[in-house]
Ligand binder design. Structure first.
Ligand code: NAD
Length: 247
């Protein structure tokens, strides 16, 4: 019997789904045992998989998490754009099965998360913080899940509440920036896979931490790595930082 990790791919016809199918197909450590896209029933294809990978639409992730929990299947969620209620439902399902929820599966971006926290801690409140992200013209949510996670990290270091100080872009006459506010600017165009920059602007100097993804393969490889990592784990809600041992 093959010891390859058996994957059920949800969102299989999409850009990420197709990339994962191609990479897993060329890797003897993985086997795709089922594919699901709009109009398909996950339950029809669940039986033979060791783990489910979801890169589809945010409205699907919470119901999918409930199905994964009911059948004891680990779930890897790459989909972004979840509402707070959807995130709560996913966290509840993680009480019964391991779920890895990551707005970005690239190793580089997870190092960016780590460095952003360190820079915020060291530079402190004298440095104004802003985030800029750019993605391809077909992306449907904004700002990106990765940009939101970067903002969350900055908010955690400040000890403030996200909704109080983080907002999208600026227009009109917003007045002088306040010390703690963090604007997240979302650019869209062409085929950009995913760029993120965190800016720390002080008096007389500026630090910029940037990551640029040039291929979806980095996310696909990370999601496959997370799937392998999740098998045999106790239930819980995990991040890519857990998978990479960066916590
Ligand atoms: P896409 O639009 O190319 O693909 C999404 C696929 O999901 C489509 O084939 C669509 O038909 C399918 N889908 C939609 N609703 C569905 C449903 N109800 N049931 C089953 N399938 C359904 O998008 P994409 O570029 O592949 O991105 C997918 C998601 O992954 C987005 O939320 C995106 O932001 C996110 N993403 C995350 C990462 C990461 O590293 N976490 C990286 C890239 C993209």
């Amino acid at each position: 019997m093959s010891d390859a990790t058996k994957i059920l791919m949800v969102g299989a016809r999409g850009r990420m789904g197709q990339t994962i199918l191609r990479l897993a197909g060329a890797n003897p450590h993985f086997e795709i045992t089922g594919t699901v896209d709009q109009g398909d029933n996950v339950l029809d294809r669940l039986d033979y998989c060791d783990a489910i990978i979801d890169f589809s639409h945010h409205s699907i992730s919470a119901p999918l998490a409930q199905i994964a929990a009911a059948h004891g299947k680990p779930l890897i969620i790459g989909t972004t754009g979840h509402s707070p209620e959807e995130k709560n439902d996913i966290a509840e399902a993680a009480g019964s099965t391991p779920i890895v929820l990551a707005p970005n599966f690239s190793v580089g971006v997870n190092v960016l998360f780590y460095l952003t926290r360190k820079a915020a801690e060291i530079l402190g409140e004298e440095f104004d913080q802003e985030i800029v992200e750019m993605h391809h013209r077909l992306k449907i949510d904004a700002p990106s899940g990765t940009a939101k996670r970067l903002a969350e990290i900055l908010v955690e270091v400040k000890g403030k509440s996200y909704d109080e100080i983080v907002f999208p872009g600026r227009s009109g006459e917003p007045g002088r920036r306040t010390r703690d506010e963090i604007a997240v600017h979302a650019l869209r165009g062409g085929d950009v896979v995913g760029d993120h920059t965190v800016i720390f602007a002080g008096i007389g100097e500026r630090v910029e931490l940037s990551h640029k993804a040039s291929s979806r393969e980095t996310f696909a490889n990370g999601a496959l790595r997370a799937a392998k990592w999740s098998i045999g784990r106790a239930p819980g809600l995990f991040s890519m930082q857990d998978v990479l041992g960066l916590k």
